[in-house]
Design a protein around this ligand. Structure first.
Ligand code: ADP
Length: 604
């Protein structure tokens, strides 16, 4: 075998940076490699969480391999980008490949690192910048049959798939994105459940009941939810959580109040964001023969002459037709429409305008399931109830960078340094109050109770040190210094914190009317993070009953059609309690799967 000559060029470059070392690398990089020799470039670019180190190999002016050697990107969210982008760069010999949706920063970082490698190699970047031509690769049409077909591989769809399988059904899941997870995997993943064992360990111990959870959910949604669905939610939240634990999901013992959650009953998964849920379900799917078809977009439901849903028509990535027949039924779990500006504008009745607002949602949250369900005769309810959060990154709308840990231990101040709302209020109340502040911007203020060490992570897997380093959070030993850094009046900020601390000491009497407290804000270092309103959750959707069966406008059940998760309406009313979505999608996903599987016995 001919042994390839190898030269290794370690430049460690970010484009435009490190000019001194560039000079040293330039000589080596620009000299042509002998024919057949392999040349290796190791370069860097800024990813989402930190720099990525990428190794690109070249032979005879062609890219033969791209590998991400070092990274700190979030598992599950960036996994696909880390494999697919390098593979496509090599396959198509271009850095102009499609970014992986939901992981665009990671995708772009890999492409940037490879661009630098191409330049270091002394090759013409333009020759590697043509858009990848994938047009000639149309795949064959496909037809498949399963007992249960699930549309959407987010939290609700995967819970439904697992539950259907456990109840004896064969299952196919289709997912329009190249990966599973939807909004679930990028959520903070707080899960509300009355859990006497864990709540007893809280400091101080938490008194709670499913009746209180019911009352807060129902009244917190302006009594517009369907009471029987709220009852199913609160009664099944803990059993469903324990069901995920049996599947391998892990939660810490930490119980907290999540933004707009109104009570300390939120559970925190051990793994970051919603990755634990998705990994747990995918692991089960892998071992139990649940087929997941990615890049497959459901377009319509197949309906028989009696109006029963018997399958799904979908499109594969290359435009091929995918026909899926369902012996028992179809479960719609396509999520909400928070990323669809047109639909937001169409249904919005509450907020001034939502077309220009950013969103926390993944790009696939476009409300596809609603039109499909409507065509099958489903009743859609509560579509005007669109939830905003006061907690978006001002640049991207994303929740990442949010420095709050628990409602009890942070305050909000506006650009003048003044508090303006009870920070334990409902999400809509806080967001409406934020819209009335200068530039609709606010600072979240926490102290070292929330971040005892610099490497303490927020709920989005980011350390506070990292956020400060990136300029996404500010740190100071005193409130006065913090105020100076963020440009708010120091006297106002100090007064706001003093007023809050007085209420913590007294256990009440807060001028804003806040009632949830734990620690005073009195131990530096103090931190501040800037936040803006962002579109978060669409609470309206398909009407279902307690069995997750889809209902027509006359209240009758549409045979063969089930729905679960954000695509449904009637569970949260006009305002969703923080921490109730994970409970909702798990409880109703599980119920939908079980009932769709059982329909097999009924049909037999
Ligand atoms: P939920 O929390 O209700 O599970 P998610 O947003 O987590 O909602 O998941 C919904 C999933 O459904 C997403 O992964 C999304 O890409 C997928 N999806 C949306 N529309 C379609 C469609 N037309 N065909 C297949 N999958 C879809």
């Amino acid at each position: 075998m001919k042994e390839k000559m190898k030269r290794r060029v370690l430049c460690g470059l970010v484009a435009g940076a490190m000019l001194l070392s560039l000079a040293g690398c330039g000589d080596t990089g620009n000299s042509p490699a002998p024919a057949g020799a392999e040349s290796v470039q190791t370069t860097e670019a800024q990813g989402h969480n930190d720099k990525l180190t990428v190794e690109t190999k070249f032979v005879d002016g062609k890219i033969t391999s791209v590998e991400v050697l070092i990274h700190k990107e979030s598992p599950s969210i960036s996994d696909l980008a880390l494999t697919e982008i390098p593979a496509n760069i090599v396959k198509y010999q271009t850095v102009a490949v499609d970014a992986v949706a939901g992981a665009t920063v990671t995708s772009t970082a890999i492409m940037e690192a490879v661009k630098t490698a191409i330049q270091n190699e002394g090759l013409d970047l333009n020759a590697f910048s043509q858009a990848a031509d994938t047009s000639a690769e149309k795949e064959d049409d496909v037809e498949k049959t399963a007992d249960v077909v699930v549309i959407g591989a987010g939290g609700a769809g995967l819970a439904a798939a697992v539950s259907a399988k456990q109840n004896g059904a064969s299952v196919i899941v289709i997912e329009k994105m190249p990966k599973a997870g939807g909004n679930t995997v990028i959520s903070g993943a707080a899960y509300n459940a009355v859990d006497p064992e864990r709540q007893a360990k809280h400091d101080p111990p938490v008194e709670d009941s499913t009746d209180l959870h019911y009352q807060q959910t129902f009244e917190g949604g302006d009594s517009l939810a369907k009471p029987e669905l709220v009852r199913v939610l609160v009664d099944n939240a803990l059993p469903a959580l324990e069901w995920t634990e049996e599947l391998g999901m892990e939660y810490t013992d930490y119980i907290f109040t999540v933004l707009g959650g109104l009570w300390p009953r939120a559970h925190k998964p051990v793994k970051p964001l919603g990755t634990g849920f998705i990994e747990t379900y995918l692991n089960f799917a892998d071992k139990n023969d649940i087929e997941i078809m990615y890049n497959t977009t459901a377009e319509s439901l197949i309906i028989d002459d009696d109006g029963a849903v018997i399958g799904v028509m979908a499109k594969g990535k290359t435009g091929n037709t995918v026909t899926l027949n369902a012996n028992n039924g179809v479960i719609l779990a396509t999520g909400g429409f928070g990323a669809n500006a047109e639909m937001r504008e169409k249904y919005n009745e509450i907020w001034p305008s939502l077309s220009d607002l950013k969103t926390t949602n993944h790009p696939g949250a476009t409300g596809d399931g609603l039109a499909m369900a409507e065509a099958a005769g489903a009743n859609l309810i509560g579509l005007a109830h669109i939830q905003l959060l006061p907690m978006g990154d001002p640049e991207t709308g994303s929740l990442s960078g949010n420095i709050e840990q628990a409602v009890e231990n942070r305050i909000f101040v506006n650009k003048d340094g003044n508090r303006f709302v009870a920070e334990d209020e409902r999400r809509d109340v806080m967001t409406k109050a934020l819209f009335e502040q200068p530039d609709a911007l606010m600072w979240t203020i926490v102290d070292s109770h929330s971040y005892p060490t610099g490497d303490t992570l927020n709920n989005f897997n980011e350390s506070i040190d990292q956020l400060v380093e990136e300029g996404r959070a500010y740190k100071a030993d005193t409130l006065e210094d913090l105020a100076a850094q963020i440009g708010v009046d120091p006297q106002n900020l100090v007064a706001a914190v003093e007023e809050f601390n007085k209420a913590v000491d007294a256990g009440g009497g807060d001028p804003m009317g806040r009632t949830l407290f734990q620690y005073k804000l009195d131990q530096g270092p103090y931190y501040a993070g800037l936040r803006a309103p962002t579109v978060h959750h669409t609470m309206g959707g398909i009407e279902i009953n307690e069995s997750a069966e889809v209902l027509a406008a006359d209240g009758s059940v549409i045979k063969g059609l089930y729905a679960a998760g954000e695509v449904t309406g009637g569970i949260h009313g006009a305002n969703r309690l923080g921490g109730n979505a994970l409970a909702d999608i798990t409880v109703f996903g599980r119920i939908a799967g079980e009932n769709a599987a059982k329909a097999k016995e009924e049909n037999a």
